[in-house]
Write a protein that binds this ligand. Structure first.
Ligand SMILES: [Zn+2]
Length: 283
């Protein structure tokens, strides 16, 4: 029963990234989804709040002792709620504008982050991709073209992942284990594939919705309200033409706030204790 309840929570958590989050309406209580396949659900702050506020010692809906087992299988939304670490992640880069500004800030603050980049953009801006790697950040696979995986055949999904991986191999000699499906969209077929593959799906527990061109203060409000140890924060370092100036403006404040809370910003592999790259990667 607990496994079923956790499955509900995981399903609801499968939130969207960029464009699709606009349609965000799903409710954490909709357990009926779970009896079917994993559908591309949209993350709601309500859902993440509910999960975050529940600890294993309480009689809440979520038992993290079960959750850890299940999540270790194939997907992570966050690290341990008792962790003093959090992971800042940036999707959809690289580009030659926002990603560069973000890298400058991270360097200045001496903070490592995790970048889920698309093959398409990495091919376009290989020097920025190399800089991300060189400066100690972790790189994850965010597909080649940023399609909705739940609408592709498994072969097409594999192609999206492997084409991007080949580019990472070619440019950096790494094979990332972390995959973040665009829009957080998954289906049961993909889950089964991931479970048997060297990959781990990484979602997030705090969606800043920075891509909606929010000003820094509004992004900061989300972070102040939601941040807890173990969180994975979702930002973007490039996008479909929207301004990410709010992201750039707020980043130093976010880092300062994390530290003020006695938390440490780390890369996702450090947060969840899973290697970021396959063993065959030449580091
Ligand atoms: Zn994305």
């Amino acid at each position: 029963m607990r496994v079923l309840i956790l499955f509900v929570v995981l399903t609801v958590f499968l939130g969207g990234c960029m464009e699709n989050t606009q349609e965000s309406k799903s409710s954490p209580e909709r357990s009926s989804h779970v009896k079917q396949n994993i559908q591309p659900q949209r993350l709601t702050s309500e859902a993440s709040q509910n999960a975050r506020n529940t600890e294993p010692s309480k009689t809440g809906d979520i038992d993290y002792s079960v959750g850890r087992e299940l999540k270790r299988d194939w997907i992570y939304l966050k690290g341990s709620p008792y962790s003093k670490k959090v992971a800042i992640t940036f999707d959809d880069g690289p580009d030659y504008y926002y990603t560069v500004k973000i890298l400058d800030i991270l360097k200045h603050e001496n903070v490592p982050a995790t970048f889920f980049v698309t093959g398409k953009n990495a091919e376009k801006y290989p020097e920025v991709l190399k800089r991300i790697h060189r400066e100690g950040h972790v790189i994850g696979n965010h597909s080649w073209n940023h399609p909705d995986f739940s609408k592709l055949s498994l072969d097409e999904v594999k192609q999206e992942i492997s084409q991007t991986e080949e580019l990472f191999q070619q440019l950096l000699q790494i094979s990332p284990t972390f995959v973040r499906p665009p829009f957080g969209a998954m289906n049961d077929q993909l889950r089964q594939y991931i479970q048997q593959s060297p990959y781990t799906v990484i979602h997030w527990s705090i969606d800043t919705k920075d891509w909606t061109e929010k000003p820094a203060e509004e992004i900061m409000e989300v972070v102040r309200k939601e941040l807890k140890g173990g969180d994975i924060l979702l930002f973007h370092s490039a996008g479909g033409g929207q301004s990410l100036q709010g992201t750039v403006d707020v980043l130093p404040q976010v880092i300062q706030y994390i530290r003020q809370q006695g938390l440490e910003p780390v890369t996702v592999d450090q947060l969840i204790q899973i290697p970021a790259y396959q063993r065959s990667s030449l580091q």
